[in-house]
Structure formats: C-alpha cells, structure tokens
Ligand binder design. Structure first.
Ligand code: ADP
Ligand code: MG
Length: 315
C-alpha cells in the first residue's frame, strides 16, 4: 500500500471511529461513566510502531454540561460564536506552528502549552476552554485540557469533575497510570485531566522531577495532540511558574486596560525566554476582525507589554 493510500485509510478509520464514539456517547450530562478500554481507537506511535496506552483509551467518560459553561460566560452566545471562532483561528495558528513545526521550527515539547497571566480574572480559563474547543474542532486533532489551577480548579468545576482524581494524584503516586485519570468527553477530540486531590505539597509536586517526566512523557506519547494547561496567575503563586518549567510554550493572556504594564513585565520576568511566549490580548474592544468586540486575539511572540494598561487594574 502506498503511503498516500495508507494515509487515506487511516483518515477514514479515524473518522469512522470518531463517529462511532459520538453515537455511543449519549449519556445524561455531567455523569461519569466507566467504559471498556476496547471501545477506544488504537493509536500507533511513529517511533516504535507499537500500540502504547493512549488517552483515547481512558475508561472514564463524561457528557459535558454545555449550558453550564454558557451560563457562566465560558462559551460564546450564538451571536458571537462565529466571531470567536475566527479569533481563535488566529490565536491557535502560532501555537500549532511551534508545536508541530508547521511553517516554523518544531519546538521541544511544543505540544505542551501553558496558559497563564499576570493576574487573576484576565481570562486564562476562558481562553483555555475556547482554545481547547477550537483545536479539538479541527479534523483529527485531539486536545488534552489539564486543570493546572490546582488551588482553584475552575475547569474541573465547570466540567463537573472537581471530585475526580487527576494531575495531583498522578504526581503524588508514580504507580498510578495516567490513562486511568483521563476523562474523555462527548466533545469529539476533547479529553480532560482534572486538578485532582489537593495536597499541602502542591507547588513542590508541580515543580518536581516527576512533573517534568510526566509532561515529557505526555508530549512524546501524544506527539500529535495538544496538551493545554490552565494555571493560577503568575504573580499570585509559584505554581504557574512551576508548570512553565515543564511545558514547551506559553500563552500569556493579557486583559486590555486592566493589567498594568509593570505587572505584565514582572510576569514575563518569571518565564524562561528561551521558550516561545505568545501574548493573547483579551477583553479588547478594538476592531480586530470587522466591528468592535469583547474578545481576544493573538498578537505576537515574546512580545513586550503593549496593550496592557499603564494604570492600576480596575478590579
Ligand atoms: N474574551 C472574553 N469574553 C467574554 N468574557 C470573558 C472573556 N475573557 C474572560 N471573560 C470572563 O471574565 C471572567 C474571568 O475570566 P477567567 O477566565 O475566569 O479568568 P482567570 O482564569 O484568568 O482568572 C469570567 O467571568 C469570564 O467568563
Ligand atoms: Mg481561572
């Protein structure tokens, strides 16, 4: 079989298996269901040709309460959905380029992306969720959304998995297989890793060698996937900085007219400049893609703090 034929067959197989998954997954929303691993699609790695354990094999599954996400402002209303989709197309382009070496050099572990910001309320969780949805909507792209804001696990709560074991459990017990902790969703291509059980050694766990190993393992094992980490604000705790050490690239959300320039600079100082840092200007009312909007868009790599406020934050 030629390479081209193989590509076509694997494309059709993936599409069929995705369709089958969608048909299976009509569960009452918000309920976690255990599933047989056999129901999931096998995935081969380019390096070994073997079938590694894969997060699409995760036995846990949840139907997402989209209404809750919408009600809390984390999904766009019908009116703005198209505009949001256009904006996220711009935001994700440089991230994908770095992660997969498309039109840019491939960045080491570039498929691991930390979403952070200087301060709270700038839109990290909002950006993470919408970026994950935008990426997972692409053909054949799977996204693992990791709740790295372990002290305030907003993503875990929004998706109804706050009581489930997750990242901290994987870090605290190295015998615990990661696949057991991942939760597939009824949103095709979207997999969750909840924050997990809080421990007083959280920062140490996130800064540990085990975290670096786990991230490196995730990046290598799921080379064709994007792994997105939500996080606390960089200036509030050391946890985001700890996660930043283990990822390949960083998306820094900056709320326009809210975050003082010096805070953005201070946040940038905490990050390793050898990694690509993409700034995402959020809550902007400037005309970007026709008309005024209240949204975000990517505006450059390793950027200075343009667009941030000179004054004190309003909140
Ligand atoms: N681009 C946006 N458009 C509309 N609402 C937004 C946007 N970004 C953030 N928000 C809202 O602002 C609030 C704070 O956002 P959130 O993502 O929770 O911030 P963070 O995670 O940085 O603390 C939330 O209510 C969220 O819905
Ligand atoms: Mg948040």
């Amino acid at each position: 079989m030629s390479l081209e034929q193989e590509d076509n067959v694997s494309f059709v197989e993936k599409a069929l298996s995705r369709l089958k998954r969608q048909q299976q997954e009509s569960l009452p929303v918000g309920e976690i269901r255990e599933q047989q691993p056999a129901a999931a699609e096998p995935v081969k790695t380019a390096t070994t040709g073997a079938e590694p354990p894969d997060h699409t094999r995760s036995t846990r599954f949840i139907a997402v309460e989209r209404e809750r996400l919408r009600a809390e402002g984390f999904l766009a209303s019908d009116r703005y959905r198209r505009q949001l989709a256009d904006e996220y197309r711009i935001i994700k382009r440089p991230l994908i380029a770095n992660a997969f070496g498309i039109g840019a050099p491939r960045v080491d572990d570039g498929n691991l992306i930390l979403v952070s910001s200087a301060m709270s309320g700038e839109g990290k969780t909002h950006t993470c969720i919408n970026l994950a949805l935008s990426l997972s909507a692409e053909q054949d792209r799977t996204v693992l959304l990791v709740d790295g804001d372990v002290a305030k696990p907003h993503i875990s709560r929004l998706f109804g998995v706050a009581d489930q074991p997750g990242l901290l459990d994987a870090l605290g017990d190295e015998r615990r297989p990661l696949d057991e902790l991942l939760i597939r969703t009824d949103i095709p291509g979207l997999v969750l890793l909840p924050a997990g059980r809080w421990s007083e050694y959280t920062t140490e766990l996130l800064a540990s060698d085990r975290m670096r190993e786990l991230c490196h393992e995730l990046a290598g094992r799921y080379r064709d996937r994007i792994i997105l980490f939500d996080s606390p604000p960089l200036l509030a705790t050391t946890e985001a900085q700890a996660i930043a050490q283990s990822v390949g690239q960083i998306a820094l959300v900056i709320a326009e007219n809210m975050t003082p320039r010096e805070n953005v600079r201070a946040a940038l100082e905490l990050l390793d400049k050898s990694k690509p840092i993409n700034a995402i200007l959020n809550k902007s009312r400037r005309p970007i893609i026709g008309g005024y909007h209240y949204g975000g868009y990517g505006y450059g790599q390793n950027s200075d703090a343009d667009g941030a406020a000179d004054s004190k934050p309003q909140t």
